[in-house]
Design a protein around this ligand. Structure first.
Ligand SMILES: Cc1ncc(COP(=O)(O)O)c(C=O)c1O
Length: 684
């Protein structure tokens, strides 16, 4: 650092000192564990009550694995802006899913929620226009309004009448009204219906920020617009992937024209490197889980209600939690800091929120609920608050009904009612959905990749069995054999899966067939052809769009090449499918199985487990002992055992046996692993 630079920056020291004196200098705490309700700070365990990871999906195994898969397939960074080479199938698919979730025609991704707000507001309003912003809107909205260069009008918090008045007296070419739907520091809800009416009356555009509502509020978790029954009446719906969806990024949903405009004119989309693939994939997986597991948002919201009631009964001034945020208003900076410090001493992490994040004199503790906070967590928190008020006891109002809450806060009784209606809807929906018990990867990635420890170990029979069991769980099943070989000698694996597995021929595909019974790459070479892995993956995607799940039978083992670049492992990864390893029982299988499982894991594949095929009815010493050893040495589970089927291949199907008995329940069967091992033990 040169002296000139150092001295020209010397004002920083004075400013920092001033901030320190006012209690405004930030010293972020460093967590040494992930965002769970319990975290580790400086080697000590704390209850976390300040994370926006509302549904606790940031650390959900399925979400983390989706991110890991995506990193392995697409790389760590996107490499360029969306308009250059940064757009991938993953981005487009996520945009489609988000649009569907929000009931809109299209959606546009941004690298963060902050950038989504800034870029969108500035793209929709310019110098000849006016923006109208709630006084408690998030900083990213404020910055977007400033950057737009439009005339700025600030209306009183959640005051549609004031907005109406301002709109009536502000001439402009175009007018844009922007509001949080759930306010980030106060946790209350905007009066959306009134705002929509006012905007419609004045012909003003309405943009809502659903950062804290997405995934948490609404019958399907789509946000306040859904909860208020206003889908289709709000033109610009912004949301984040960084809070309930546990990832990073932001998006704006709306009409296809809005999306096209933002893709061309939102500078934070155009001039910013695209969202990294792991974030996009994690958000997509989290979105699927958030939709499939409504109990998460219900637990989060009822927890927030209980907490607010408990705190106000203790005499605290508490905000109106319409979602997961419960503000406890303290007032002065020093008092809020002291309370936060006291909480820390008691093992609770909830930092004070001070100006400029909130107005002067309104410093507070901003508590947030997560779906995985337990009754005991809440109880511990309330006990500390009770002690800080000098009270011995507190009442934990879990299960407190909506009437008390509605009386206390007449402003938004519908929010409370909706919460309880959701409880009921969720219980009613407990009736089994097709495939509800099927392993989430198989359901959400749309299939399973069957590989073997070697060739000729029974992959085709196992694939047919899986097709049967998945269909019996109520799923539409497709089948794929990426490359058939040995067709000259009559080999037809796909045909066997179709007939034995009961798969409809129009839902089955084998993009390549070669005469010689050789590894696909070699058989292709002998036929003067080269296998195009892209064509296989595209064929798989096409099948996936016509079936719930596709059983893909790889050729040979995992490292068998398709061409110079692609092995079966890469193919499974490109299809983003979890893997089932088929092994034969008997001597030598432990080593082959352990190597296959290890190779799969090293390549970022998720291994569901091992299915033993052709298992003898009277196992010898090797067969009786190696299932245990496979589990131990390959660190995986035996998830199915297909017996020796003497009459197979003679049009006899499975000889009258029920194939569900051979496969674990999470793949649609009823294989009982424990009794299988007990029986082996008995025979030893
Ligand atoms: C209301 C609101 N909008 C936008 C953002 C910005 O989102 P992100 O953190 O994804 O940039 C936040 C949170 O930080 C927020 O609270």
């Amino acid at each position: 650092v040169s002296t000139v630079t150092a001295s020209s920056l010397s004002w920083l020291f004075e400013e920092l000192e001033a901030l320190e004196e006012q209690g405004l200098l930030r010293h972020p705490v460093s967590l040494s564990s992930a965002q769970h309700p319990e975290v580790v700070i400086d080697g000590r365990s704390f209850l976390l009550f300040c994370s926006n990871n509302y549904l606790d999906l940031a650390t959900d195994g399925r979400v983390m694995e989706a991110a890991a898969y995506a990193a392995m397939k697409w790389g760590a960074g996107a490499g360029a802006s969306r308009l250059v080479s940064g757009t991938t199938d993953l981005h487009l698919e996520l945009e489609r899913e988000l649009a569907r979730f929000k009931g809109c025609e299209d959606a546009v991704l941004f690298s963060s929620g902050y950038l989504a707000n800034v870029g969108t507001i500035a793209a929709l309003a310019g110098e000849d226009d006016a923006v109208f912003s709630d006084e408690l809107n998030h900083a990213s909205i404020i910055d977007g309004c400033r950057m737009s260069g439009a005339r700025r009008e600030i209306y009183r918090h959640a005051d549609a009448e004031h907005l109406d008045e301002l709109l009536g007296k502000t001439p402009a070419r175009r007018r844009l009204v922007v509001t949080d739907t759930i306010f980030s520091m106060d946790g209350d809800a905007a009066p959306l219906e009134e705002l929509v009416e006012v905007c419609e009356r004045h012909g003003a555009m309405l943009m809502v920020d659903e950062a804290h509502a997405t995934g948490v509020v609404g019958l399907n978790g789509a946000g306040m617009v859904e909860a208020a029954g206003l889908t289709g009446r709000v033109g610009v719906v912004m949301g984040t992937l960084s809070k309930a969806l546990g990832s990073a990024g932001g998006f704006v949903a709306g009409s296809k024209e809005l999306a096209a405009w933002l893709r061309n004119r939102a500078r934070t989309h155009v001039f910013d490197t695209a969202l990294p693939a792991p974030s996009a994939a994690a958000a997509g997986e989290a979105l699927r889980i958030a939709c499939a597991e409504p109990e998460r948002r219900i637990r989060t919201r009822t927890g927030a209600l209980s907490l607010s009631i408990g705190l106000s009964e203790l005499g605290y001034e508490v905000g109106d939690p319409s979602a997961a945020i419960v503000p406890v208003y303290i007032g002065e900076i020093a008092d809020a800091m002291a309370m936060s410090q006291r909480l820390l001493e008691e093992g609770i992490f909830a930092p004070a929120i001070r100006p400029p994040s909130v107005p002067p004199g309104r410093s507070r503790l901003r508590l947030t609920m997560m779906a995985t906070h337990t009754e005991e967590h809440l109880d511990r928190l309330l006990k500390v608050f009770a002690r800080m008020k000098g009270k011995r006891n507190h009442h934990l109002p879990l299960g407190a009904g909506p009437p008390a809450r509605a009386e206390r806060r007449p402003r938004s009784p519908e929010t409370v009612r909706e919460g309880w209606e959701q409880w009921e809807a969720a219980s009613a929906a407990a009736a089994p959905r097709p495939g509800a018990d099927i392993e989430p990867h198989v359901r959400y990635q749309g299939g399973v990749f069957v590989t073997g420890t070697d060739t000729g170990v029974g992959k085709t029979v196992v694939s047919a069995v899986l097709a049967r069991t998945l269909a019996s769980a109520g799923l539409e099943v497709g089948a794929m054999k990426p490359a058939q070989t040995g067709v000259a000698g009559g080999d037809d694996d796909l045909g066997a899966i179709i007939s034995l597995g009961g798969v409809a021929p129009e839902k089955a595909s084998a993009p390549y067939a070669f005469e010689e019974a050789l590894a696909p790459e070699v058989a292709a070479r002998m036929a003067g052809a080269v296998i195009d892995a892209g064509k296989i993956v595209a064929g798989f995607m096409a099948l996936k769009s016509r079936a719930d799940v596709v059983v893909v039978e790889g050729a040979g083992g995992l490292l068998v090449p398709l061409n110079d670049y692609f092995t079966m492992a890469e193919l499974a990864r490109a299809m983003a499918l979890p893997v089932v390893v088929v092994a034969r029982p008997g001597l030598g299988t432990i080593n082959h199985t352990a190597l296959t499982v290890e190779a799969a894991r090293m390549r970022g594949l998720s291994v569901l487990g091992v299915i033993l095929s052709d298992f003898p009815s009277d196992p010898g010493a090797a067969e009786a002992t190696n299932p245990t050893e496979i589990e131990r040495l390959a660190n995986t589970a035996i998830i199915g055992v297909v017996p020796h089927l003497p009459s197979l291949g003679e049009g006899a199907g499975f000889g009258g046996a029920d194939p569900r008995r051979w496969v674990s329940p999470f793949l649609g069967g009823c294989f009982d692993r424990v009794s299988f091992f007990m029986e082996l033990d008995r025979r030893r």
